[in-house]
Write a protein that binds this ligand. Structure first.
Ligand code: NAP
Length: 281
């Protein structure tokens, strides 16, 4: 029986998810499966989900602006959703009920695990205090063993709230700081993570407020932004010889985990990666 999957959000035209999942179907000969991009404007989520259920959707990914609001439509969530307060993957049961997951958490952790990077004793600087930052905090709490974390954000109140959340998630020594202090703080950190929208094509701001001199060779530099792939932060990290993790790796990790939830088989990561890089490079 044909099974259809989707990614919902707005805008959605440039989503790379259909390319990754379609490549996985082709690679595994899953000819009965298809994956579409479906635009649901803000404020129309309930109606949009209803339409998807009418066509018998088997599962869907969720992106901006619906990751938080979709939680109200789920009858079950796993612990990643509860930690992050948002879902990006939904599984539809036979009776039409919805179960949510947040695979951004595993998506973030995946490239660190693959490189066998230990965070034992790491001093972390996290830029940003939005949805992606929440997923980063949940992932760091799972990976464990960090020494301290500073959350620097343009809006100080959001940084303070995120520091409280990090403490509740079990991260030791969490504190907030203004974005203007990020460069100085980066100097004493060994893991620098960007979870702001700085660098995105739609963002007026393209430059991360961290100078190359504040990045050391032994640092891990991780940008969650994947468009463009080589962001300002990644360029600075490479220039300094740091270990650099690009946002597309997180994107691939979250897609692979969603695939495994829906299909119960290992995701063909290489095929998905080739599709992602072919389109997004
Ligand atoms: P969000 O909830 O809207 O949060 C945006 C964050 O960026 C906030 O902390 C915001 O600060 C900050 N920000 C926005 N514009 C800024 C500017 N001009 N200067 C300084 N700070 C600015 O968005 P999100 O969902 O967290 O997404 C954030 C980024 O993560 C996006 O670039 C997205 O592409 C990326 N992401 C990547 C993946 C992946 O798989 N690789 C997954 C999810 C998200 P304020 O609090 O001051 O507004």
């Amino acid at each position: 029986m044909p099974r259809t999957f989707a990614v919902i959000g707005d805008p959605i035209d440039h989503s790379l998810s259909p390319h990754m999942h379609s490549a996985a179907f082709r690679h595994l000969g899953m000819n009965d499966c298809s994956y579409i991009a479906y635009r649901i404007p803000r404020g129309e989520l309930a109606h949009g989900i209803e339409s998807l259920l009418k066509i018998g959707i088997a599962g869907f990914n969720v992106t901006i602006p619906h990751k938080v609001e979709v939680m109200r439509h789920l009858s079950k969530t796993d612990e990643t959703c509860s930690m992050v307060g948002a879902a990006n993957t939904v599984e539809v049961a036979g009776d039409g009920s919805l179960k949510g997951y947040n695979t951004d958490v595993e998506g973030f952790a995946d490239p660190l695990r693959r490189r066998s990077i230990s965070l034992k004793g790491a001093s972390v600087l996290l830029l940003g205090a939005g949805g992606a930052a929440r997923a980063v905090i949940a992932a760091l709490a799972r990976l464990g063993d960090t020494s301290d974390i500073t959350i620097a954000n343009r809006t100080p109140k959001a940084a303070s709230e995120m520091a409280d959340l990090a403490g509740l998630a079990g991260l030791p020594n969490a504190r907030a700081a203004p974005l203007s202090e990020a460069d100085q703080i980066a100097n004493g950190c060994n893991v620098i993570i960007n979870a702001t929208s700085i660098g995105l094509p739609a963002s007026a701001e393209k430059t991360i407020p961290i100078s190359p001199e504040s990045i050391n060779r032994d640092d891990v530099v991780y940008d969650t932004v994947y468009m463009p792939m080589k962001t300002d932060l990644i360029q600075k990290g490479k220039e300094r010889g740091a270990t650099c993790i690009m946002g597309y790796e997180m994107l691939l990790g979250q897609a692979a985990r969603a695939f495994e939830i829906w299909h119960g088989v290992g995701a063909p990561r290489d095929a998905m990666k080739r599709a992602l890089l072919g389109v997004g490079a």
